[in-house]
Design a protein around this ligand. Structure first.
Ligand code: ITT
Length: 200
């Protein structure tokens, strides 16, 4: 069975490949479909955006499509940046500017009010298939960046039960506990049953 990952983010493609390794599926990325340009993520929820991307890619490729949308929800900021995580610092957002903006908004917020969670929503769309898998990891936002691995808000996020940031973890550790890993474990079960149903 072939599955196309509806993302241009190579960090995500690598994480998803690692986690889904071992399944009897051929994973394609959007690199195989250069004609598909950016799909606008204009939904109001992570669910809406993930589903919109998967539907758009399935409509264009007719291959089972898997799309995720992820957000960092910070309690002291009323859940922001949430669905706006990628463009938090505006039009020309970069990971670094987003992190600086987050630290700026969290300035003076005491340790006990620095709770946050990463939330990943995966949509799987195909002929007759419309499934959602969600993964969450609670943690906290530290006061200055630490670590150089990973991407996005990784240097600022310490998951509960750890003293190191996502960016201080090697990819094996991050991929064993991350929000995306949790959602992907659920997506994996969905894909497994599709593989066996289609194999019959
Ligand atoms: P797509 O092409 O898949 O849309 P994206 O980079 O826009 O890739 P998302 O919309 O899913 O990714 O994620 C929004 C932002 O959240 C992203 O730009 C990162 O800043 C952050 N993010 C997502 N996953 C993350 C992770 O595992 N660790 C740290 N930050 C992450």
């Amino acid at each position: 069975m072939r599955v196309v990952l509806a993302t241009h983010n190579r960090h995500k493609v690598e994480e998803i490949r690692d986690i889904l390794a071992g399944l009897d599926i051929e994973l394609l990325s959007l690199d195989s479909f250069p004609e598909i340009t950016e799909i606008e993520e204009d939904g109001e929820t992570l669910e809406e955006n993930a589903r919109k991307k998967a539907v758009a890619v399935f409509d264009l490729t007719h291959i089972l499509s898997l799309a995720d949308d992820t957000g960092l929800e910070v309690e002291a900021l009323g859940g922001r940046p949430g669905v706006y995580s990628a463009r938090y610092s505006g039009e020309n957002a970069t990971y670094q500017r987003n992190n600086e903006k987050l630290l700026g908004e969290m300035k003076g917020v005491p340790p006990e009010r620095r709770k946050a969670k990463f939330r990943c929503v995966i949509s799987i769309i195909g002929g007759g298939v419309d499934e959602i898998a969600v993964g969450e990891v609670p943690g906290r936002i530290i006061e200055s960046p630490r670590g150089t691995n990973g991407f996005g808000y990784d240097p600022l996020f310490v998951p509960d039960g750890y003293e190191i940031t996502y960016a201080e973890m090697d990819s094996e550790l991050k991929n064993s506990l991350s929000h995306r890993a949790r959602a992907l474990e659920k997506a994996k079960d969905i894909l497994k049953s599709l593989v066996s149903a289609r194999g019959r």
